[in-house]
Ligand binder design. Structure first.
Ligand code: 6PG
Length: 242
């Protein structure tokens, strides 16, 4: 069952999300010796990275935290569009365990990198339902209901039997590499981090499970383990009947 938490503003939301991530990672590391987390990109998580860098850098047991990506733009890390590049510039460069950072190489040939990253996930992560299992996936939400880089016009990738696929951003035609919906739903825990009024309508439709929401890839993210948490700021949640 999904749970919804709403906080006054993006900064406070980031603070609370950082605390939640610390609790989840500490518990998972104490049980399994490590945690495998997949990050998403875009602008929303940058506030979280800034808050972790500023207030939690010494709070996390980084030696046990393996960081992967749910998706990446097919650009080099130096490009400000790069999900890894931005996370590295804001936070990861201050974490002394570079070997725990498993980026998607956006500068590589997309099809070849999609295959390479799929084998990295298959090698490094436990498997269930013949797919890798992340302990936690942090997702964002597009105004068109996309998540990771699964867009409405590539909604069939939700049910792909592959681990990663190459998609195209519908507006920019930028190539992306994304984990598939079945990999996302195979995770032990999923957190959607969503802020801003621009996401209020799509969020309302998703949470109310409207007919329209069936066109949104995010509506098919139903964590098999039942652990799906919507972490929202007030603006994003402004149309929800709470
Ligand atoms: C990406 C993300 C994507 C993002 C949403 C929301 O690579 O862009 O994985 O799914 O989470 O597009 O993006 P914003 O946070 O910029 O609104």
């Amino acid at each position: 069952m999904a749970s919804v938490q709403v906080y006054d503003n993006p900064e406070f939301l980031a603070e609370k999300t950082a605390i939640m991530l610390k609790e989840i990672s500490d518990k998972t590391i104490s049980e399994n010796g490590k945690i495998n987390i997949a990050l998403s990109g875009g602008s929303t998580p940058k506030e979280l990275f800034r808050v972790v860098n500023k207030n939690f850098l010494n709070e996390f047991n980084w030696s046990g935290i393996n960081i992967y990506w749910a998706d990446e733009r097919c650009v080099s890390p130096e490009n400000p569009e790069s999900n890894y590049g931005e996370a590295e510039r804001i936070l990861l460069r201050n974490i002394p365990y570079a070997e725990n950072i498993h980026r998607i190489k956006g500068e590589n040939n997309p099809e070849a990198e999609s295959k390479r990253y799929s084998s990295i996930l298959r090698q490094n992560l436990p498997e269930e339902n013949k797919l890798p299992v992340f302990d936690l996936i942090l997702l964002g939400l597009g105004e068109d209901g996309h998540t990771a880089s699964i867009f409405p016009d590539s909604i069939q990738i939700i049910n792909s039997d592959k681990i990663c696929e190459v998609t195209l951003h519908p507006d920019s035609q930028q190539k992306r590499i994304t984990v598939t919906g079945n990999v996302i739903n195979n995770a032990l825990k999923i957190i959607f981090l969503v802020t801003g009024k621009s996401k209020a309508q799509v969020l309302k439709e998703l949470i109310e499970n409207t007919e329209q929401s069936r066109n949104y890839p995010a509506s098919y993210i139903q964590n098999k383990k039942g652990n799906l948490i919507w972490m929202l700021d007030k603006d994003a949640a402004s149309l929800l009947k709470m």
